[in-house]
Design a protein around this ligand. Sequence first.
Ligand code: CDP
Length: 135
Amino acid sequence: MSPRIVVAGAVTSVDNRLLLAQRRYPATVAGLWELPGGKAEDDEDVKFALRRELREELDVGVEVGERLAETVALSDDLTLIALWARITDGVPRPVEHSRLRWVTAEELDKMVAGHQLVPADTVWVPELSGVLRRA
Ligand code: CDP
């Protein structure tokens, strides 16, 4: 079987906040916060997959930009990537997550220090925090 891709959205707002979503399951990560996303279908374009996942999970339309630099090997057959995104249509609501939050760079750093992010997503924090601070 070819490795599957999990796409996650680094969704940012015009006032330099990042959208985080709190997981409900599984127990190992329930209550922790992540960049929303999910598994791409076989042969599905990653940008298309992210638009589909964020429509399903947040009920919004997004424009998808570049990939973040880091790639995470979740397991032998599951690879996690993230892409920048902006909401173009709708107001996000937590269809599958328990809550959503728009965080500043400072809030993101505090959440990381408090181990409130899912472990895999912490690799993106320097890049996320840098971009949120730069504008
Ligand atoms: O719902 P679906 O099976 O499409 O995807 P998921 O369960 O949300 O994510 C698949 C895997 O990627 C799980 O192991 C998640 O914990 C992981 N994941 C992650 O580490 N960070 C994210 N931002 C999104 C997913």
